[in-house]
Design a protein around this ligand. Sequence first.
Ligand code: HGY
Ligand code: MN
Ligand code: MN
Ligand code: MN
Length: 409
Amino acid sequence: MGSNLRVDGTRLVSRLMALAAIGATPEGGCRRLALTDEDRQGRDWLVAEMTALGLAVKIDAIGNIVGILKGREEGPAVILGSHIDTVGTGGRYDGALGVVAGVEVLATLRDAGLVPKRDLAVIAFTNEEGARFHPDMLGSYVWAGGMSVEAAHAEQDSDGAVLGTELRRIGYEGPERPGFLPAHAYLELHIEQGPVLENEGGGLGAVTGIQAICWLELTLKGRPSHAGTTPMAYRKDPGLAAARINLYANDLTRAIPGQLANSGVIRVQPANVNVVPETVVMTLDLRNPDDARLAQAEAAVRSYCAALAARDGIEIAFRDLARFPATPFTESLIATVEESAAELGLPIRRMISGAGHDAQMMSRICPTAMVFIPSIGGLSHNPAEFSTEYDIAAGANVLLNAAWRVANA
Ligand code: HGY
Ligand code: MN
Ligand code: MN
Ligand code: MN
């Protein structure tokens, strides 16, 4: 590839902003929960862009959208990708950057009349965020053979909506078998979503892997009673128990190295100001770069809950929402990312990803690596999420360079 070939940063950013306008929120972010009408609109936009580019566009049975630029030879493809679904308070870049930059890479090669040896593809994976359906990274998990289409279709959201029904409702249950396109390698460009790169004066990240993750849903059942007449000692209060569990999980982050804990969902029933709650449904998001330490944290939470339930007369039931081990990426591909940045004169440093990504699933089936660009203020899953046009173009040029190298090696 001409070493002076670069993406069209203006075109890339304008595509990003066109997608960001879909599901735009008043706070300046995006809300495109998986398989909602906003997600459908984003999907329709992407399919139109891919089609206009002349890519072969295919949809699989879990709704993954695949755009393919044919190579000179038959064989496994180099796959770029990420996701276009968002969390409820999403920003404009999480996921969208990797998909739109992938499209930009293919557009740049097409404009230059360059045909790679291998097929080059871009995939927008379904339900990466796990904000509506579980587990997260669901589309890439099914693509990588970790979950059956049937099991994925049967997943329900907290309102009882069924994933397969929603997929058909928005018209994205496709005919292809997930994983139909054999993968030679997978590369994902993503915002860092944390403060590391920015705090180190910017530059890019060559991601070495992703930490282990465990999402638990706890259903706590107590006894509803009058908040004014019931003496404290007589109460069976799941709301109090939930607060204690949240605190306990937080204390673990100081006791176990590398441990993270978050309780992002706490739903109280009957949610009346003067009623000691009957039921609380809460989630715990536990993460650690080390599998054994994460297992230690989860075991500690479970035994704490068992003791609390026995002491306070509360029932506590657990449900796994997601569970993925720490995932190292492929050394040779990480090195390719670093070399691609060096060739472009761009500073880059190795780092682990705190967030889960579709790359965590793709690493099950092929050599995988990621490129990070800085998140300003370290913010993500927040409408104020922001990355500079310079960093967006820099990250996309590293993706272009690395993809071209791998697609012709
Ligand atoms: O939760 C995560 O790490 C990812 O954004 N789904
Ligand atoms: Mn993401
Ligand atoms: Mn995310
Ligand atoms: Mn992610």
